[in-house]
Design a protein around this ligand. Sequence first.
Ligand SMILES: [Zn+2]
Length: 271
Amino acid sequence: MPLNSSAIVCPLCRLPLACEPKVWRCAGGHSFDVARDGYVNLLPVQQKNSLDPGDSAESLAARRDFLAAGHYRPLRDAVLRMLAPLQAQRLLDLGCGEGYYTSAFPGAATEVIGLDIAKPAIQLAAKRIKTCTWLVASGAQLPVADGSLDVITCLFTQLHVGEMHRALRNGGHVLVVTPAPTHLWSLRAGLFDEVRAHQPDKFLAGFEAQFEVVARDEVHADLQLTQTGLRQLLAMTPYVWKARPEKRLALEQSECFETGAAFSLLLFKKR
Ligand SMILES: [Zn+2]
């Protein structure tokens, strides 16, 4: 069962949703069933931009198995270190996927909401993790009341800065994780003729008017991958699709592969 959350509003009319165990209703007459696995689909058809928005099932399974092997554990630990001093009451994990990071957040906040536009990802999360509220919903139009959140976490997901500003209380925080310049450098060197450094600061300008940067960190993790681990990483990494197929194929034949993951963490405070 998901936790009840007084922050959640109807995605159609924005009135508060009364969260009962089997169905959530607003005073405007809209209702949303709680799925058997314990999540709620708050994505109206008109907010769906494609039939099955979000990552593919193949990419989702690869990501789940890769993360379960603990390769990105140093990142999860670093995120928790940054969240701890905030002592959040209500935290929303935006673009939470199958919930690998979200599952650790109940230690850092009283109430945790995991939100993703991909229903298969939320289904996986809700089946396994019962300590969070799970929502299928759009990050562009969050189904939460104005000023109702203390913290929003965004790991490798699209940033809707104005919408996050609306949903956060005054002095609330956004934690953004993006690839650091050298992220998966040798993997990318195997896929592309030319490798460019990621630019984690490139979106800072979009935050400036409404947020100030209050903390930053960079996390590195050495990855020693088996062939299976490498294939999982390739399947979950979006830019692989831009690689030449013969390069990807050659890389996938490697018995083992070493590369380095590097992440940039930025903590913003609402002005
Ligand atoms: Zn409604």
